[in-house]
Design a protein around this ligand. Structure first.
Ligand code: ADP
Length: 493
């Protein structure tokens, strides 16, 4: 099938979170299975400086943004180790900036315009480069208008209404909402600005637009697909999602073991594999303690966390617990992340107060993320909600036991080390349900107790390291979802 991926992130070009991982690896997996994907990205500064070979195509286009014509050009590259073409939409005023969406915790105030332009560029690319596209796979709010344009705009050479659209929700909380007058920027008729299509409590909402116009919807784990249909995790859109329950699929993300494999990982002090990991992990732990400025003590449990510092990630629970543990001095904590300034301050303050127990790096560093996965004993993901989560899958492969709240994709991948699951050999981590410091604290106590029992600990790590969370099952499943999506267009005609 000829599939166009419309996305704001794809590794190794640009990434702020799991979306980038998915859109960098899923197209390659699809190509291996006979599909013909192409990827379209904004030419963010991060992408231009990624070190990937990028060439000019000479293709130019112009689209109206709120009545004024705005020009863009197309650059071309490839996903590494594949023949998957990547096109980058160059528009320096919009995309040549320090970050992708925001700086110092504040969104760029022209985000609506930036992603209206990108969404319209998708149709230009179909016209000029990929007129045989059968399906556009859109990802998150930044591409939320694409399904609406496909349904409403007339093409010059292409009948857009025949092209299917699948919209994948990677995180329902980020919706792209803007004041209603930004409708003018979209070029779409005001008749669509109603509560069933583009309007959400008086505002223009990109994600809701996609929920209304896309032929099919998906999200990144079966549990999250259920959770978002209920008020607690529906972010105000649960009603719309319930209406489209028949068209909503939950497909778990896969893990790219080419990139995340301790046996070949170039970033580690010492590589190791499932067959022989004790010495390798010990070396990685010591190297990480050294790098983070923590005392190099082998048998102190090292708890690590990597991720966007957002409310979603459960940092408020840790803020309560860390001082209690730090006074007792029995564990070490290492954090890598960027995000909300309030969490930067919280973590920096904890590191200053407890320099022997808490170490923090407030930056984005892929090599250090790999070393954290390898050097930790426990990987923390006490998320309020987690659509899929990739870090828990990485940490399983690296022999670092995940401690997770049982929600979304975390519930679909982590089996708690209960006595029963341990005796059945299915346990691969620790999980808890209630979102409270007490529930997390009790789970950490259980985890630390198991860490002190070398045989059982080894069994837990081995179970996780041997599991296969690769893309193979999920890429097959996406193939089926694409066929289901095409069938819906055929039915509508
Ligand atoms: P989310 O998509 O909500 O950010 P995921 O767990 O699905 O969470 O994916 C996060 C991805 O982003 C992982 O690959 C993780 O290693 C990476 N990541 C997040 N923050 C950082 C950081 N500060 N430095 C390096 N990698 C990071």
């Amino acid at each position: 099938m000829k599939i166009l991926f419309a996305t704001a992130e794809a590794v190794p070009f640009c990434k702020t979170g799991g979306l980038g991982d998915v859109c960098g690896s899923l197209p390659v997996e699809l190509a291996l299975r006979g599909h013909q994907p192409i990827v379209l990205l904004p030419a963010f500064r991060q992408a231009l400086e990624s070190g990937q070979p990028i060439e000019r195509t000479g293709i130019e286009f112009e689209v109206p943004i709120g009545g004024k014509p705005v020009r863009g050009t197309l650059l071309r590259s490839r996903l590494p180790d594949s023949n998957v073409p990547v096109y980058l939409v160059e528009q320096p005023d919009y995309y040549d900036r320090a970050e992708l969406y925001q700086e110092q915790g504040s969104d760029y105030n022209d985000n609506c315009e930036r992603f209206v332009f990108f969404s319209r560029a998708v149709l230009e690319v179909i016209e000029q480069v990929a007129p045989e596209t059968e399906l556009v796979h859109c990802h998150d709010w930044t591409t939320g208008l694409v399904p609406a344009y496909l349904k409403t705009l007339a093409g010059r050479n292409v009948d857009f209404s025949q092209i299917a659209s699948l919209f994948t929700i990677h995180n329902l909380a980020y919706q792209g909402t803007f004041w209603h007058w930004d409708m003018e920027l979209t070029g779409l008729d005001w008749k669509y600005f109603n509560w069933q299509q583009m309007e959400f409590y008086g505002q223009l909402n990109f994600l809701k637009t996609a929920l209304a116009f896309a032929d099919a919807l998906s999200t990144v784990s079966p549990t999250y697909a259920q959770e978002i249909q209920l008020p607690e995790h529906g972010c105000g859109l649960d009603g719309v999602l319930r209406q489209r329950a028949e068209d909503l699929f939950g497909v778990l993300n896969g893990c790219d073991y080419g990139e995340w494999n301790p046996a070949t990982d170039p970033h580690l002090a010492r590589q190791y594999s499932v067959h022989d990991f004790s010495a390798g992990k010990a070396a990685c732990k010591q190297a990480l303690q050294h790098e983070m400025g923590l005392p190099e003590i082998a048998d102190t449990p090292l708890l690590v966390m990597v991720g966007r510092l957002a409310d979603q990630k459960g940092l408020d629970l840790l803020a309560t617990l860390i001082p209690q543990y730090a006074e007792r001095g029995e564990v070490q904590w290492a954090f890598l992340g960027t995000g909300d300034p309030k969490y930067h301050k919280l973590l920096a303050d904890l590191a200053t107060r407890y320099p022997k127990q808490v170490a923090v790096r407030l930056e984005f560093s892929n090599p250090l993320a790999h070393r954290m996965e390898a050097g930790g004993d426990l990987f923390l993901m006490p998320s309020r909600y987690e659509p899929c989560g990739l870090n828990q899958m990485y940490s399983l492969r690296y022999g670092t036991a995940p401690v997770v709240r049982s929600t979304g994709g975390l519930a679909d991948t982590i089996t708690d080390a209960s006595d029963q699951a341990m005796s059945q050999g299915t346990a691969n981590g620790f999980s808890f349900s209630e979102y409270s410091p007490e529930a997390l604290g009790a789970t950490l106590e259980r985890a630390i107790a198991l860490y002190r029992n070398p045989d059982r600990w080894r069994q837990l790590l081995l179970t996780g390291m041997q599991q296969d969370w690769s893309w193979s099952t999920s890429a097959e499943r996406y193939g089926e979802v694409y066929r289901e999506t095409l069938a819906r267009v055929a039915l509508a005609v």
